[in-house]
Design a protein around this ligand. Structure first.
Ligand code: UDX
Ligand code: UDX
Length: 473
């Protein structure tokens, strides 16, 4: 097969945008067009001002500056880009279903199916279609059925190429990937040729020995399994954090001690207020649904416990705040430092902050939020979405936001005259704040709840704060 000269990616989100930017950066000979139905998003990707890119990632604007306009293009002309490309990545969102069969667990594949139908309708020449979105096992089979039924004249090869980048470190993860996984039809010559075509795209910067090729089903399942294992480690250490609080052990010391065992390893052992992000919960629920579907309820229950424990951890954090503040936060100002689901990203999907805020607001707290990268509009829309999903009308939800949430662009504003500070995201800048000054401006006793264990507990206690960290008795 001739080397690929033209790539299209459908979906210019947190995955599609950065991934295609790096593919274009490392393959100047390939024209890469990223398309999206969201015009505003495409406009933002094309903005002259690189601070306005729709995704915040350290190092991303440099990559965009190098490749955009040279061989990297962002567009809303989906059909044109499909027609031109030899290889098409599907990187649209696959949220958890909110209706019908599989509601609350299964992945909603309507966008993936729409993309497949559009590709089938538009394609006039042979295409390699790459699943970049995380998908349930055997989705490639369904996509193939759509192609076979719609467009008999054109040959399609379907590959699975899951993305393992973590937000906040996406560019570094893409530049120095531990591994690239490509699943395809390894039984046929055409399948192997398609796999090799994608291998050669990555080989421009990733050593061949780090590129793993497998059967499609293995590749699809590996992505779900990798996320489930990572999330399981966090739930395991968070389970231990609850025990530490009862026994006087220190969860960071326990994590350090066990992480030194090379069989366990030190990563993903940081106890926290709970994991968030668009992937962990969605992918585990999807795994749970698949296990039940295939008649494996014990396996389903095993993985579901990872989510149950994570919900418990978020709830425990909120409850600790209410308990410490004399069993009520009604009318009290609680300052939130951080809203993003982790540092160095403006992404808030499934962020623990949303659920902790919700519990405190049910208890009539006044929440004042400061986050260095998340916009006020995003914070409001997160709560609006949660509450309307739960049955409030949009007007009722908006009214509740107006009455109970204040968003500040300066930390001093969010912190002054408050009853308690809660750290929800581990932004580095929080460590360097003038905590003595903050203390002086708070109501006493001044409480601090560190949901990320980033501040020095002893130092702040010396200032006078009543500090509660995660997993420290
Ligand atoms: C998404 C999924 O969440 C994840 O499971 C998968 O692994 C990769 O794709 P992400 O990039 O973070 O991750 O999603 P998001 O930021 O929501 O971007 C998806 C984009 O697809 C949106 O910009 C949306 O407008 C676009 N889209 C969606 C289309 O262009 N066409 C569609 O039919 C549907
Ligand atoms: C994750 C996977 O890491 C990545 O490989 C996959 O492609 C997508 O899902 P992401 O969700 O972007 O990436 O970030 P990650 O760094 O995994 O963090 C997820 C959540 O876990 C965050 O809320 C983070 O704060 C939390 N976390 C992570 C912990 O609480 N403790 C840890 O030790 C690590």
């Amino acid at each position: 097969m001739n080397p690929i000269k033209s790539i299209c990616c459908i979906g210019a989100g947190y995955v599609g945008g950065p991934t295609m930017a790096v593919i274009a950066q490392k393959n100047p000979q390939i024209k890469v067009t990223v398309v999206d139905i969201n015009e505003q998003r495409i406009e933002a990707w094309n903005d002259e001002d690189l601070d306005k890119l729709p995704v915040y990632e350290p190092g991303l604007s440099e990559v965009i500056a190098e490749a955009r306009g040279r061989n990297l293009f962002f567009s809303t002309e989906v059909n044109k880009a499909i027609e031109e490309a030899e290889m098409i990545f599907i990187s649209v969102n696959t949220p958890t279903k909110t209706y019908g069969i599989g509601k609350g667990q299964a992945a909603d594949l309507k966008f993936v199916e729409l993309c497949a139908r559009q590709i089938a309708d538009v394609a006039k020449s042979d295409k390699i279609v790459v699943e970049k979105s995380t998908l349930p096992v055997r989705t490639a089979e369904s996509i193939k059925r759509i192609f076979d039924a719609t467009n008999g004249d054109v040959k399609f090869q379907i590959l699975s190429n899951p993305e393992f980048l973590a937000e906040g470190t996406a560019i570094d993860d893409l530049h120095h990937a531990d591994r690239i996984l490509i699943g395809g039809d390894i039984e046929t010559a055409e399948g192997n040729a398609a796999i090799e075509a994608l291998v050669s795209v990555y080989e421009s910067w990733i050593p061949r020995e780090r590129i793993i090729t497998t059967r499609v089903w293995s590749s699809e399942l590996s992505k779900l399994t990798a996320n489930a294992f990572l999330a399981q480690r966090i739930s395991s250490i968070n389970a231990v954090s609850a025990l530490c609080e009862k026994t006087g052990a220190d969860v960071d010391e326990v994590a350090h001690a066990i992480g030194k065992d090379s069989r366990i390893g030190s990563k993903f052992l940081k106890s926290s207020v709970g994991f968030g992000g668009s992937c962990f919960q969605k992918d585990i629920l999807n795994l749970v649904y698949l296990c039940n579907h295939f008649g494996l309820p014990e396996v389903a229950d095993y993985w579901e416990q990872v989510i149950i424990l994570n919900d418990y951890q978020k709830h425990r954090f909120a409850k600790n705040i209410i308990d410490a503040l004399f069993n009520t936060v009604s009318g009290k100002k609680i300052s939130f430092l951080g809203w993003a689901f982790k540092k160095d990203t403006n992404d808030t999907r499934e962020s623990a902050a949303i659920y902790v805020a919700d519990e405190l607001i049910q208890d009539k707290a006044q929440i004042h939020v400061y986050d260095p990268k998340v916009s006020a509009g995003q914070i409001k829309s997160d709560l609006l979405y949660l509450w309307t999903q739960r049955g409030l009308s949009p007007a009722e939800a908006e009214d509740l936001i107006d009455r109970s949430v204040t968003i500040s662009s300066k930390p001093e504003e969010a912190l002054s005259q408050s009853h308690a500070v809660a750290i929800l995201t581990e932004w580095d800048e929080f460590k360097d704040y003038d905590w003595q000054g903050i203390y002086n401006n708070m109501l006493k006793p001044a409480f601090l709840f560190d949901g990320r264990n980033i501040i020095n507990k002893e130092q702040l206690e010396t200032i006078g704060f009543k500090v509660q960290s995660i997993g420290k008795g």
